[in-house]
Design a protein around this ligand. Sequence first.
Ligand SMILES: Nc1ccc(F)c(C(=O)c2c[nH]c3ncc(Cl)cc23)c1F
Ligand SMILES: [Fe+3]
Length: 292
Amino acid sequence: STVASLSRSITKSILSKEQSEGVGARVRRSIGRPELRNHDPFLMLDEFSVDKNGGFPDHPHRGFETVTYMLEGQFQHEDFAGHKGTIGPGDLQWMTAGRGIVHSEMPVKSQTRAHGLQLWINLPKEHKMCEPQYQELLDGQIPRATPEEGVVIKVIAGESHGVKSQVYTRTPTMYLDFKVDKNKTVTQTIPSTYTGFIYMLKGTAFIGDKEFEGKAHHTLTLSENGATTVKIQTKDEDAHFVLIAGEPLKEPIVQHGPFVMNSSEEIYDTFVDYQNNKNGFERARNWRSTIA
Ligand SMILES: Nc1ccc(F)c(C(=O)c2c[nH]c3ncc(Cl)cc23)c1F
Ligand SMILES: [Fe+3]
């Protein structure tokens, strides 16, 4: 007899409404909102929308990674080491803050609005104080899997249908951008130990054997039922969503804003380092971004 392969199912569906963040920015907070904490290894997912007067001026990070994926408009970034650049629609910036980054993230002034996703991925203890690293890919450098006509999966991290990303993930992570035409079915393999969720950007998708309906701006958390796949269908509407999954770190999380360590002592030490420009924050002394 054939055993129908079990799919992961949806355990929660949470709508994210816009809230203010940064300077004049609006974000829909997915992971990281009160109803969506403890999705180890993920700390936050924001769908951000910033007009030319807003942005995220000079601020620090330590102990985790920020993954910025642009959907519309152009965003510029600059850090305290002089690393700067602009990312546009479809482009990716995977920033491993490690021991410390101070940077500014602002829309390009001429733009109407910058719209994208920023995911915060926690780092395991042994990497929290690593040298900062950038992995930046233009849209055209991100591989696509097209299991069938009308199903395009951008492999931002991890693997889909035999297509692998080149991004080095210290915390094993899968990050896939799905554009699925109507009346399609796609099955994605996910390691059964991974914590996973879908964030809907546009349209409607039906997930799992029970065809749970996913609508725009909803976070759909995936069950951990031992399944190694998730089945996603569309009916009379196209769908655009991201599927994000990763290996839980199972370490203590102590977070104060942009600092995420394993103990309150380490957080205290981080504040001391930041105030005194030490242990990775040396270049923050007297630094001001030119773009904010
Ligand atoms: N501590 C702290 C406090 C408040 C913040 F807004 C931020 C921050 O920078 C961001 C929050 N979501 C975001 N989405 C997109 C971008 Cl480009 C940046 C952010 C931050 F780091
Ligand atoms: Fe930042």
